[in-house]
Design a binder for this molecule. Structure first.
Ligand SMILES: [Zn+2]
Ligand SMILES: [Zn+2]
Length: 134
């Protein structure tokens, strides 16, 4: 099994080989701000199981220096459309990729999160909110 996906504009695509070691939703402040949502849906892979196709050099990087672990995190994103692609926590020397699982096109529904991280930081603003489509 593998999964394929892309950023919003399609300049950056990715292939994930095999199943993630774990899938989770993270509600930490960094994920909330970086994703534009209450939390970020992440699948953890060994970096050598993640192929990022970036033929026009569109992937840029921002290093988050202040982290709870004390190790910086390299956040990679598409500089054309702004989508986060993955984060490389330097706690693991770049050998672990936290992939933004919401970029997956095929078999997305198979990847249900198994864990919620920093759930106490999740805001509960949406309780009782109505649904609408734009
Ligand atoms: Zn893009
Ligand atoms: Zn987080």
């Amino acid at each position: 099994m593998s999964y394929t996906g892309s950023c919003l504009c399609g300049e950056v695509s990715l292939k994930l080989i095999g199943e993630p070691s774990r899938s989770f939703v993270c509600y930490c402040v960094d994920c909330r701000k970086g994703s534009g949502h209450l939390g970020q849906f992440i699948s953890q892979y060994a970096t050598d199981k993640v192929a990022v196709f970036d033929k026009n050099g569109t992937v840029a990087e921002y290093v988050v220096e202040q982290t709870k672990s004390g190790h910086p995190k390299r956040k990679q994103f598409c500089k054309r459309c702004g989508c986060t692609i993955r984060t490389l926590p330097m706690k693991f020397n770049g050998e672990v990729s936290m992939v933004r699982q919401s970029l997956v096109d095929e078999n997305f529904a198979k990847l249900a999160p198994q864990l919620a991280m920093f759930e106490e930081e999740k805001s509960r603003y949406t309780e009782g909110a109505k649904s609408e489509y734009l």
